[in-house]
Design a protein around this ligand. Sequence first.
Ligand SMILES: Cc1ncc(COP(=O)(O)O)c(C=O)c1O
Length: 403
Amino acid sequence: MDLQKIRKDFPILNQAVNGYPLIYLDNAATTQKPRCVIDKIAEFYSNSNSNIHRGVHHLSQEATSAYEEARSYVARYMDAGKDRTIVFTKGTTESINLVASSFSILLSAKDTVVTTVSDHHSSFVPWQQACLKTGAKFKVVSLLPDGSLDLEQLRNLLAESPKILILPHVSNVIGRINPVKEIIAEAHRHGTAVLVDGAQAIAHIPVSTCDIDADFYCWSGHKAYGPTGIGVLCAKTSWLEQLPPYQYGGEMIEDVSIQKTTFGPLPFKFEAGTPPFAEAIALQNALSYIESIGFAQIRQHEEALSAYAFNRLKEIAGLEIYGSDKDRAGVISFNIRGAYHYDVGVILDQMGIAVRTGHHCAQPLMTFLGIPGTVRCSFAIYNTLEEIDKMAEAVQKAAQMLS
Ligand SMILES: Cc1ncc(COP(=O)(O)O)c(C=O)c1O
C-alpha cells in the first residue's frame, strides 16, 4: 500500500494547524474525503444536477440512473444479496430511527428489546423511546472488563426471545469488534431480529450482510470517506414489507386521494421527499475508492496502527486505556489519571493533533466505566506510524503538564 500516494488523495491533510502539520486522528467522528469524492460532487452539480424520479427530461433521467446505480453499488459493497433492500437515509441516526419507529408497531408490553451498554446514543435512545411508547421492556447487555460484550448475559437474555437485539459492529469508544455473525445466529435461534449499527465498521472491515445474516444494518457515508447527509439502511426485504413508512410525503406514495393514500414499492416507501441524491452518487465514489485499496490492505494497515498506538500509549505512566488490545478496530480511548479529558484534547490540538474528547455519545458506557469521558484517537487509511509517535509524545507531554 502506497501511503504517500493515498495521503495525496486527501487535500485537507496537507495543512498546518497551530504551526504543526495536521495529524488527523478523529476518524471515528468523520473521515476526510478523497479528491475523487470532492470532484464528483462538483462535477455532478456542474453537469448533471436535476431532481430524480420525477422528470422525463434528460438531466432527471441521468441523475436518476446515477442514484439507482449508487444503490446497486452499495448493495454489492455490503453483499446485501437478493433478499435485502437498500434504503438511502441521511445517516446512521436516521436509519436506526426509521427502524425503531416503524418496528414499534410490532412491540407491546409483553415484548423485550435488548441493546448493549456500549451502544451509541443514536442506537440506544430511539429504542429506549420505542419501549417507553409501547410498554416493551428495555434490557441492556453489559461489558466484561476487557471491553468485550458479556456473552453469557446476552445468551441468557436471548433465551427469553426478545423481539429485537441492537448492537454495534464496532464500539465507537472501545473499538471492540463484536462477533456479530455468531450473535445473530444465536438470536435467530430464538426468533429475535437483529439490528447492527455498522457506523464504525463499514469503512474498516469487510461487511457481508448475507454472511452475518443481519436483519438490519445501518451506517453513515461520512464515516466512510463519503459526503455528509447520506446514510444507508440495508434491511431484509421481508421486514421492510411488514413495516409501515417512517415519514410521509412525495415519492413514497402509490396513490393519494382525499379518502386515503396507498404507499409505493420498496425502497421508495421509506424514502419520502427529495433524497440526498448528489451525496448518494458521490458515496459510490467513496466506496469504489475503498475497494481500489482493498480490505486486506486496509485492515492490515489499521491493525498495525492500532497495535502500535496501543503499545506506545501503554508505555506512558498514569495512562488508562479502556478495553484490551484484542479484536480492536482503529479506535482507542484513554485517560490520563487525574487529568480532565478535555484538557488533554486542548494540549494535543496546540500541537496540531486532532482527537476527540468527551462521552462520544455513549453516556451509558461512561457511567458503566465510572468516568465522565475519554480522549479518543481513531485511525483511517491515511494515518502513519510517525503520526502515532507524535501523538504518543504529545500525550506524554500532556501527562507531565497535567499531573
Ligand atoms: C457507532 C456509532 N453509531 C452511530 C453513530 C451516529 O452516526 P451519525 O451521526 O452519522 O448518524 C455514530 C457516530 O459517531 C457511531 O460512532
